[in-house]
Each structure stands twice: as structure tokens, then as C-alpha cells.
Design a protein around this ligand. Structure first.
Ligand code: GLA
Length: 377
């Protein structure tokens, strides 16, 4: 579908990237004593519909969030690569043969290794990272870091990688070096999504198009404050269950089944897992075909119910917050977003009510003894 002209995309990226860079440029200068040689950035994402469908070759519908991860990079003078993370106040040191132990640096290390596999002869680098993407809440902070690092390499070494190549490399960096057998949703979203329209993506073919949000609707994202302790182990387990379900149904991936009744033949819990994926794909297709805000919201509510009951990736405080959002006037629908097991939820709201929604909802959540916060807008 719309394959953007890469040179134009890079020119736009350069303009977008230049303006908000004083912080990361100055941090680089301060940390390493000279100006950076390349700057880049990439956004986090919020997924509106299509959860746990990407590793089943299915459909997703993310939108970019305003928060971005920014990277400044230059050639190092010593033998080690040094990565400074502003938000964490830490610097990691590593070499090709000695991977870092710090989790944030493993994403960077993975990207550098993938860049080398793609044919780039990399010297040791100095890298500075500054980010306002909320960490570990399901808004793709890791994909934003991976895509920003790969974009900085593209800019510094004129590699000519297109945005899809960058997304694919970023996904492999995460699978091979961070131990999460993720799909390609987050990296495609960080590399290609738009903050004003949703990106409808077929994760099998990578065909995609931008879909306008329903007229009069706007997006609200709240963090439940519940940390996603089971995210990696639970995630990999769900993925294995889906593979077992696909095999039992005799299909390459659950994407190839569109009748939820077929899931009933499977043993528990594979029947529920498969039913979630099959019904979730149908919800994305319906939303992407163009629906009004009420219908879109109802699809989000159904998605949450399916993630809670069939896929079992929600937790009680998140269910409470989502249910409270769903009752608030001006909310068309709400659901958990990202892998689940805690983290953030997303609501589709009436644009003219948006400013009034978070406060009463978060106050009631606080009265339940939980501490949430508004992340977007
Ligand atoms: C995480 C993964 C994605 C996707 C979502 C769930 O964000 O990185 O690939 O599977 O969970 O939809």
C-alpha cells in the first residue's frame, strides 16, 4: 500500500528531529565533551485495538503518542561503546564481545549487532538517550528506543534503510537480545505510525494504511500504576499457547481462522486463547473499515472483556479502572493496552469532554487505594 518515498520520509524526519533536541544534544556534549554527529527520535505508541494478534499474523490498530525517545550519537575515541540514559542517570559500557548487563543497554546492544549483521562496520560509539515515553506501562518504550537508535545509525552512516527495515531489525533486536518473543506491532508503530490517525497494519503482509479516528473522538491514556511483573513470562506463555492452538487447528497461524466456533474444539485454555485472537482480529477489521465513535468504543469494551476473560492478561485494578472509565460520560469505550498484566489503559472519548474525564476517574481510583496518572494527552 502507501510505500512512502524514503528520501522524503528522511527529510521530514530530519526537520521533525531537529527542533526538540537541545536536551539530548546538550546531554551528549556534557557527557562526552563534544557535539553529537547524529540525532534522531522515535515515538511510543498506544494500541487502540488488536491486542496479542501480531504474533498470530493478525491485524493491529496503533496510533503514535506525543512522547518520544531521542538519541544523540557519535564515534567514540576509546575501545568501548558508552550509552548514557538520561532518565535513569546511568551509563553502560560494553564491547562487541561483552554485552551489557543493564536492561536498557541490551536493547541498544541488540540494535548495534543487528546493524552489523545488515553489513555496517561499526566503530565503538558514544550514545546519549533522553526519553519522555513512560517506561514499562505498555506504550512501547523499548520499541521507541530501538527505532531511535537505528534511525541515528541510519543518519550517521547513511545506510538507506527504509522504515520497514528498521522496524524488522528493531523487532529482532528485542527477540534476540532482550528475550521477549514479541510480534512486530510496537516496532512498526514506532517506525511508521502517525499521532493523528491510526495505523491499520496486517502483520503478515505488513500492508498498511492510515485510518482516521472516528469523527469527534480523541484519545485518553491512563496508567493504572500496577507494574507489569508477569509481562515477559506471561507473554511468552501466551504466545506458545497460540502456536499450540494453531497447530491443533491445522493452520499456519490463528489469523487463518475467522470462525470463533472452531476454537470450541480445542482443550482449555487453548479454546479461550484462540477465541480471543479470532474475535480480536474481527474487531480490528470492523473498526478499520470505518465506524462511528460509539461502535468503535463498543469494540474496545469487547476487546477488554476478551483480554480479561479469554486471554487472561488483565489484573483486578486495571479491570476496575477500565470499568470506571467505561461509565464516565463522554467515554465511548476503554480497554487495557499493550501486553497487559498491569500498565496502561486507553479510552476513546468525546473530544469536547476530554479535559473533564481523567480527574474524577483517577480520584475514584485513588479512593480505591490505587495511584493512577494521566499519560496522554
Ligand atoms: C507487546 C509486544 C507486541 C504485542 C503486544 C500485545 O507490546 O511487544 O508485539 O504482542 O504486546 O498486543
Amino acid at each position: 500500500m502507501n510505500e512512502a518515498d524514503p528520501s522524503l520520509a528522511q527529510a521530514v524526519e530530519a526537520v521533525v528531529d531537529e527542533a526538540p533536541f537541545p536536551l539530548v544534544s546538550a546531554a551528549f556534549l556534557q557527557a562526552f565533551g563534544r557535539p553529537p554527529e547524529a540525532l534522531s527520535s522515535a515515538p511510543g505508541r498506544v494500541n487502540l485495538l488488536g491486542e496479542h494478534t501480531d504474533y498470530n499474523d493478525g491485524f493491529v490498530l496503533p496510533v503514535a503518542i506525543p512522547q518520544r525517545t531521542r538519541v544523540a550519537l557519535g564515534q567514540a575515541s576509546g575501545p568501548l561503546t558508552r550509552v548514557q540514559a538520561q532518565v535513569l542517570g546511568t551509563t553502560a559500557h560494553f564491547s562487541h564481545d561483552q554485552p551489557p548487563t543493564e536492561p536498557f543497554a541490551r536493547y541498544v546492544y541488540g540494535c548495534l549487532r543487528l546493524a552489523e549483521e545488515a553489513g555496517l562496520a561499526l566503530p565503538p560509539l558514544d550514545i546519549c538517550i533522553a526519553s519522555d515515553v513512560p517506561l514499562g506501562v505498555g506504550l512501547s518504550s523499548s520499541a521507541a528506543l530501538e527505532v531511535a537508535v537505528l534511525r541515528a545509525l541510519r543518519a550517521r552512516f547513511a545506510t538507506g534503510w527504509d522504515d520497514v527495515q528498521i522496524a524488522r531489525m528493531a523487532q529482532r533486536a528485542e527477540i534476540e537480545h532482550a528475550g521477549v518473543r514479541c510480534g512486530i506491532l510496537d516496532q512498526m508503530a514506532s517506525s511508521l505510525a502517525d499521532p493523528f490517525q491510526a495505523l491499520f497494519l496486517d502483520t503478515r503482509s505488513l500492508e498498511r494504511r492510515l485510518v482516521p479516528l472516528p469523527s469527534g473522538a480523541a484519545i485518553l491514556v491512563l496508567d493504572s500504576g500496577i507494574s507489569r511483573s508477569l509481562a515477559t513470562s506471561g507473554y511468552n506463555e501466551r504466545r506458545a499457547e497460540c502456536e499450540a492452538a494453531a497447530q491443533a487447528l491445522g493452520v499456519a497461524a490463528l489469523r487463518d481462522v475467522d470462525d470463533p466456533a472452531r476454537a470450541a474444539a480445542l482443550p482449555a485454555p487453548l479454546d479461550r486463547r484462540a477465541r480471543h485472537v479470532i474475535t480480536e482480529n474481527a474487531r480490528v477489521l470492523q473498526a478499520a473499515a470505518g465506524v462511528d465513535a460509539e461502535t468503535f468504543g463498543a469494540l474496545m469494551n469487547a476487546s477488554h472483556a476478551s483480554l480479561r476473560g479469554d486471554y487472561e492478561v488483565s489484573v483486578p485494578p486495571l479491570d476496575w479502572l477500565v470499568a470506571r472509565l467505561q461509565r464516565e460520560p463522554g467515554v465511548f469505550g476503554a480497554r487495557l493496552t499493550g501486553a497487559g498484566f498491569g500498565g496502561a489503559c486507553v479510552a476513546l472519548c468525546a473530544a469536547d469532554r476530554l479535559a473533564a474525564i481523567a480527574e474524577p476517574v483517577l480520584a475514584d481510583y485513588a479512593a480505591e487505594g490505587e495511584q493512577g496518572r494521566q499519560l496522554v494527552p
